[in-house]
Design a protein around this ligand. Structure first.
Ligand code: HEM
Length: 146
């Protein structure tokens, strides 16, 4: 006997519900690292960020004579680690990395703003941007010394 139209509809709904239920844990388990686009996403975000901070009049002088290739790699690994990604950050802790730079709260805010602009440029949703910024905010006490 051929299944009736309503039986086929019930089967379709059942199947859709099962697929949704199976897919849900995967969505909930996505790390912030995944939401930032993984390694490729972070590499692009950091490229934009470093382009911004090294041209931003508020911060560009702080990056004179700094090896930017090395810095890009370090910031990417640091953000990857902070976002629960699989990277091992091999740079210095934040206080040691920034000591002697005499960084003010205004400079910290400028770099945070440039990072957010970089994420915006890459199309990272606002909610995900905020998740990363919330994890970085407490670093202010280690970075700002002036
Ligand atoms: C959320 C804020 C910040 C984060 C997450 C961050 C992250 C980092 C990381 C991971 C490094 C590499 C450390 C190493 O190589 O051992 C670094 C170095 C550096 N950061 Fe930051 N930073 C922040 C804020 C700032 C600000 C506000 C400035 C200046 C305006 C700044 C200027 C520098 C400079 C110049 C270096 C290179 C230091 C050196 O190689 O001697 N950073 N930062």
């Amino acid at each position: 006997m051929r299944p009736s139209r309503s039986n086929r509809l019930v089967a379709f709904c059942y199947l859709t519900a099962m697929i949704t239920a199976l897919a849900r844990p995967a969505i909930a388990d996505a790390t912030l690292y995944d939401q930032l686009g993984g390694q490729a996403g972070l590499t692009t975000i950091v490229r934009h960020m470093v382009d911004l901070v090294t041209t931003d009049p508020r911060t560009k002088d702080d990056f004179d004579n700094i090896n930017l290739d090395r810095l890009r790699g370090r910031i990417r690994d640091f953000l990857c680690h902070v976002a629960d990604g699989p990277c091992i950050y091999k740079g210095r802790p934040m206080a040691a990395a920034h000591e002697g730079l005499d960084l003010t709260q205004a400079k910290f805010n400028a770099v945070a703003e440039d990072l957010q602009t970089a994420m915006e440029q890459v199309g990272i949703p606002y909610r995900t941007q905020n998740r990363l910024m919330a994890r970085l905010a407490p670093l202010e006490r280690n970075i700002v010394t002036k």
